[in-house]
Unconditional design. Sequence first.
Length: 428
Amino acid sequence: MRYSQLFGKTRKEPPKDAQIASHKLLVQGGFVHQTAAGIYSYLPLGFYVLWKVDAIIRDELARRGVQHMVMPFVHPVSLWKETGRREKMDDILATFDAAHGGEYLLAPTHEETVTDLARTFIESYRDLPVIVNQNQWKYRDELRVSGGLLRTREFLMQDAYSFDKDEEGMSQSFELMSEAYHDIFDRIGLDIIVVRADSGTMGGSNSEEFMVVSDVGEDTVFVCEECNEGINAEAGENDNKCPKCKKALKEKKAIELGHVFQLGTCYAESMGANFNDEDGKSKPLHMGCFGIGISRVIAAIAEASHDDKGIVWPESVAPFNAHIVTIGDSEEVVEMAEDVYDELWDMGIETLLDDRDASAGEKLADADLIGVPHRIVVSAKSIKAGGVEYKSRNSKDAKVVPKEEIMDCITPGVLDEVREILGDNLGI
Ligand SMILES: [Zn+2]
């Protein structure tokens, strides 16, 4: 991609209402644009990040046998009356009357829709267990929104639903998803704490929140600095000790990014989602639900990984792997930049080439703001010194390397990502 043709531009000033770093930087960097209050367009740079987070989630779930599908964003209100949530969630539901008749709503979540599918397609214990997933847009009609992508009305969510024949199966699906979430956040590069809520009846935890400690978070958690165990606010206030190692807990602000939940049979019972068990009896399905706020993850990464110049994207979710900046427009500079650009794309390195007729200062500032992990500067000076100038976004030091060696600077990080996806069978 050539920066001169990129749809969406960096901005000098942050939005007036922006209070937090991720909001400022994602708008200034040209990643997102607010179309209406709490409703965002993802411009190409922002969409590439979204796409990569989405792909990591799909990969970790698919390798565990979770099946991907997509349910509608518009639901008939009648489905929501079956569970009583039409009334219960009234304050955040956006409903409308269709021109041809019928009342509909914009989905804030999908338990009703997936339970309707389950009662249609699951007949017998032989169909179980099953976990289905979608990465789908949601809408919550919140009165007030602020904080950029941290708190929006419309947002992209990964939401998976498990169906099992009994509590034991439900708890196994829960463990599988919880493990997947650890691996997902690991690959995304976020340092997660897990806050458990124990249920007396099931012997294990029936709900876990995946959170990242951040000063701009809206939740309060108590974290053990010894073993990183997280405790929710109520439990932490009662007994200021870590349940694992008995060390003192520290109060912190956190952003909730994911939630895994054992729902039991409540949805199946209210909607009549039953299956025939081995003993010939009809029984309600045991259900679990598992969600990650993908839009919010992007804000959390920008919060966790930035400096005063811009975002520092982790390799795994960066909009591009490499960013070439030309300084000057002499024939030798343009030729070398184009050579490196073609070669990197040929090697599978997604590369942005800043070919604009702009000052060196402006181009380098934009490169820092956008935060691509590997920066390559091509100038008359670098050519005279023997090649191109390489700098990693998270290091202060730049070095000049012959252009043939630029791949050696970039690939270790990129290859880690490829290995992650393909396993060790790659032989590299
Ligand atoms: Zn501890």
